[in-house]
Design a protein around this ligand. Structure first.
Ligand SMILES: *Cc1c(COP(=O)(O)O)cnc(C)c1O
Length: 236
């Protein structure tokens, strides 16, 4: 399956939205005294067609994120020449599928999940970068390991032949000030780096809070709405 081309109007709209997001990132980096080259952009394309991915890839975006395996595997098959990130909650029985197309999995939050992903990557003979998703408030309903478990999950990733421990990821809890949430994540990221110096990725910040994430050391922001527009309500 080959992705269809975007309409010229949509391609133009996406290019303009991309320029605006890049400007926001540049401004946030300048305000934080950081080099914009330190902060990568993952375009979260969930809910939007593969033709939109083609348009942004043509405009220079390399990294794309998805949060559901079925949609992700279809888009990855249609647009294989970009780097796919899995950013959503991951069930162990989906690891075998996700390890086929994902270069980076942002949502590893248990030792058992790390082991399943490791086995899947081994099976496909692919190397997958894995981030430990941290639950900032300790609640696990939306995914994420409580801080007390982060080093155990990291050790499971680090010991797997086909996984590379990339760093940490978090979603700011809705009721929490993002500056407090991302400050906490920054602290956990430092603890991880003390043991695993190469695990430097900090995946934090979305359309609404990327400036805060950049202030607190994000090396990768995951942006959907600001790039693609408002998603239609999800129908399952
Ligand atoms: C959807 C999603 C995003 C992007 O959110 P926006 O607010 O649309 O930018 C980022 N991270 C994860 C894990 C998501 O599921």
């Amino acid at each position: 399956m080959v992705a269809t081309q975007p309409s010229p109007e949509r391609a133009q709209e996406l290019t303009a939205r991309l320029a605006a997001v890049r400007q926001r990132l540049a401004d946030a980096c300048r305000a934080a005294g950081r080099d914009p080259a330190e902060v990568g952009l993952v375009a979260v394309s969930k809910g939007f067609p593969a033709s939109d991915v083609v348009a942004l890839a043509d405009a220079g975006v390399i990294d794309f994120g998805e949060n559901r395996d079925q949609e992700a595997s279809e888009k990855a098959a249609a647009v294989p020449h970009v780097r796919w990130h899995f950013v959503g909650r991951l069930q162990r029985n989906k690891c075998r599928s996700v390890a086929r197309y994902a270069s980076v999995v942002h949502s590893v939050d248990s030792v058992r999940l790390a082991e399943s992903l490791a086995a899947a990557a081994q099976r496909h003979e692919r190397t997958v970068h894995a981030l430990v998703q941290v639950s900032i408030d300790g609640a696990t309903g939306r995914g994420g390991a409580p801080e007390a478990q982060v080093l155990d999950v990291a050790a499971a990733v680090a010991s797997a032949e086909r996984l590379r421990l990339g760093g940490v990821m978090a979603i700011a809890p809705q009721q929490m000030d993002p500056d407090i949430a991302f400050g906490e994540l920054d602290r956990v990221a430092s603890l991880l780096r003390a043991r695993y110096p190469a695990a430097r990725m900090v995946s934090a910040g979305m359309s609404g809070d990327l400036e805060s994430a950049v202030r607190h050391g994000a090396t990768c922001v995951r942006v959907g709405t600001a790039l693609f527009g408002v998603r239609a309500p999800l129908v399952r």
